[in-house]
Design a binder for this molecule. Structure first.
Ligand SMILES: Cc1cc2nc3c(=O)[nH]c(=O)nc-3n(C[C@H](O)[C@H](O)[C@H](O)COP(=O)(O)OP(=O)(O)OC[C@H]3O[C@@H](n4cnc5c(N)ncnc54)[C@H](O)[C@@H]3O)c2cc1C
Length: 595
């Protein structure tokens, strides 16, 4: 909000410019250091032909049809028709056959990819090599924040505060705060993008860097208000407040400030939880109008606004390139309280743990729902006949609507019940395990809570599919669910996973917390699947996986993946941190991925 009359002396202005450029250079150097530390893992991933092309663009590829291996302990068959995918499970206690509706089993042969028999190169995460430091940095401080993240934010805040206050008082020289905020515009925007260049350089998905967008955004809101208060104070003392407020560039300054304050209020947890749509609308409008207002307010903002527009524009072009409109089949899975979404026309291009953003283009939802895009983790491995599968848990308005839509009964040509076909817009894939090559580890422990099983399924299916190109010899899935009824539709899938890799020790341990009702109990559990009441003892599972991996001669580390409620993720992080350092070293390190 500087004006010609209130402009500071030019040597002070030079210092402002120098400090803000130094600030941006320091931030860029920090990003470059993280990128360099990640470079060996990026090279290991992109040098691997089977990993190089996956995880960027969704597509359809023709599948080689090969005969299926019939499962021996259960009569499970893979059908694209949901009714046909019911599994005949022998109820041994009652001596009769019970038909349970189930998620389709894996088509055994089509999942194996034997084109590249070479084992992937394992490049450990730097953090797994420096145990004591990692143990401190990964300690949780608050929900979603570790010591490492807090230190990073503290360092950032110190740099910003230093540049704002060095030889400057915000009440006598309020333009400094404005300049510092302007210099942060590109970073606020870059950390908000889905196709995030920083994420690509440091090897993590956009969602893992979003805390920086929120943090820098908050700093900018506070700084913009300090900038305005400093000028109002100065003008009031000089008795020229009303004159200044008539100037157009000052008014544009107030428009920009109003946008920032709207963004600040609109992105509070309160607004996000009460109305996610209000958060999105205020965000899009605020971010867009702010850029225009900032340029009219102060031409010095223009280079920073251009940089922000470039990042935002490239992101949106990439989003368009990553978007496709296609038909999806919706089917309700009442036992899990979710909608299973199958997209047969997209069967390739993703990696385990990645998610897509889904918009349903059906007026049967409602007109507001048409405007909404929701993220869902891809629940299966690529290159299967069923295509991409999403599992969408009923949690709020939109997810309940899609569930109701899926429950609409439709009948096919032979009078058989089929799912509801709807047009959908799919954008992605995004996120996932970054440059981690899961099949390069010797052991894997995947822990899921409730709907977090989507991550576990895609991760384990990918490991199972890897055939001979995997080093993994031990895989443990731990699934915590409230109600044991949720297990029934998954039994066929778990069975086929276990049966496909005889040379790998694959176990599934399911824990339930609600009291059993007679009808909800599964009548048969295949070997390798256990069902236990209570909560899982994560430390014990981790210890078991590490011991079995070690005794099997594995020395390329243990991958631990967790997807579920924050409390579960915290327990897993504590277990990984507390495991004996010597044991960690012997097994080649333990690397934690939180989804
Ligand atoms: C990366 C990622 C992957 C996910 N994967 C799955 C999955 O595989 N299966 C699954 O069932 N759920 C998944 N979710 C959660 C799912 O996106 C939300 O449950 C769903 O969007 C809620 O929508 P709603 O309107 O029904 O619920 P609401 O009651 O409106 O929202 C419940 C909460 O979900 C969040 N939310 C709402 N809308 C959105 C949105 N458009 N984008 C992001 N968050 C939103 C908000 O924090 C809100 O407080 C995932 C979320 C993320 C961020």
């Amino acid at each position: 909000m500087s004006s010609v009359q209130s402009a500071p002396p030019s040597n002070s202005s030079d210092l402002d410019v120098t400090l803000t450029y130094h600030l941006d250079i320091a931030i860029s150097i920090t990003i470059a250091i993280f990128a360099l530390l990640n470079a060996p893992r990026a090279v290991a991933r992109f040098a691997n032909p089977s990993e190089r092309l996956r995880g960027h663009i969704l597509r359809y590829v023709a599948l080689r049809r090969e005969p299926r291996i019939s499962a021996s302990s259960v009569s499970n068959q893979m059908h694209s028709d949901f009714k046909k995918s019911a599994v005949g499970i022998q109820d041994r206690s009652a001596g009769c056959d019970t038909i349970l509706s189930a998620l389709p089993a894996l088509p055994t042969q089509t999942l194996r990819d034997t084109s590249n028999p070479e084992r992937p190169v394992h490049m450990p995460m730097l953090s797994s090599l420096v145990h004591p430091v990692t143990s401190v940095l990964t300690r949780p401080v608050h929900e979603g924040y570790t010591v490492g993240r807090v230190l990073l934010m503290a360092g950032y805040a110190i740099m910003v505060l230093y540049c704002t206050f060095y030889k400057s008082n915000p009440f006598s020289h309020p333009s400094r705060a404005g300049r510092v905020i302007a210099s942060q515009i590109p970073f606020v925007y870059i950390f908000a993008t889905k196709n995030n260049i920083v994420g690509a350089l440091v090897g993590v998905g956009y969602e893992k860097l979003n805390f920086l967008h929120r943090f820098i955004g908050r700093l900018a809101v506070v700084g913009a208000n300090v900038h305005m208060l400093g000028y109002v104070y100065k003008w009031t003392l000089a008795g020229k407040l009303s004159t200044e407020l008539t100037k157009p560039f000052i008014r544009w300054g107030f428009v920009a400030l109003a946008c920032f304050d709207l963004l600040g209020i609109g992105s509070t947890q309160f607004v996000r939880s009460k109305s996610y749509n209000l958060f999105i609308v205020t965000h899009v409008l605020g971010l867009f109008i702010f850029l225009i207002a900032a340029c009219y307010h102060q031409p010095a903002c223009i280079p920073f606004v251009i940089a922000a527009c470039v990042f935002y524009g490239v992101d949106h072009l990439m989003r368009i390139a990553k978007t496709c409109i296609t038909t999806a089949m919706l089917r309700p899975i009442p036992e899990l309280g979710l909608t299973r979404i199958e997209i047969p026309t997209l069967n390739s291009g993703w990696r385990a743990g990645q998610h897509v953003r889904l918009r349903v283009l059906s007026t049967d939802m409602d007109y507001l729902a048409l405007t909404e895009v929701h993220p869902f983790t891809i629940a299966n491995v690529e290159r299967t006949e069923e295509g991409m599968v999403l599992m969408c848990k009923k949690t709020g308005r939109w997810t309940s609507k899609i569930y109701s839509l899926s429950a609409t009964k439709r009948y096919g040509e032979q009078g058989r019940e089929v799912g509801e076909a709807v047009r959908v817009m799919i954008e992605g894939p995004y996120g996932g395990v970054g440059n981690t090559i899961m099949s390069s580890y010797s052991g894997a422990l995947v822990i899921a809570g409730g709907i977090g099983i989507t991550f576990a399924l895609s991760a384990v299916q990918e490991l199972v599919r890897s055939g001979n190109d995997t080093s993994v010899r031990v895989i443990d899935i731990v699934w915590s669910i409230p109600d044991v009824a949720s297990l029934t539709p998954m039994i066929a899938l778990f069975t086929s996973l276990i049966e496909q890799r005889m040379e790998v020790c694959l176990r599934v341990s399911v824990f339930y917390t609600r009291a059993l009702k007679g009808s909800s109990q599964p009548t048969y559990l295949p070997p390798g699947v256990t069902l236990t009441p209570g909560r899982p003892k994560i430390a014990k599972f981790l210890n078991d996986v590490v011991t079995s991996t070690q005794s099997g001669g594995g020395a390329t580390g243990v991958f631990v993946g967790v997807c579920g409620p924050p409390a579960l993720a915290r327990d897993v992080a504590v277990a990984v941190r507390n495991i004996d350092v010597h044991q960690k070293r012997m097994v080649g390190g333990i690397e934690l991925h939180e989804e």
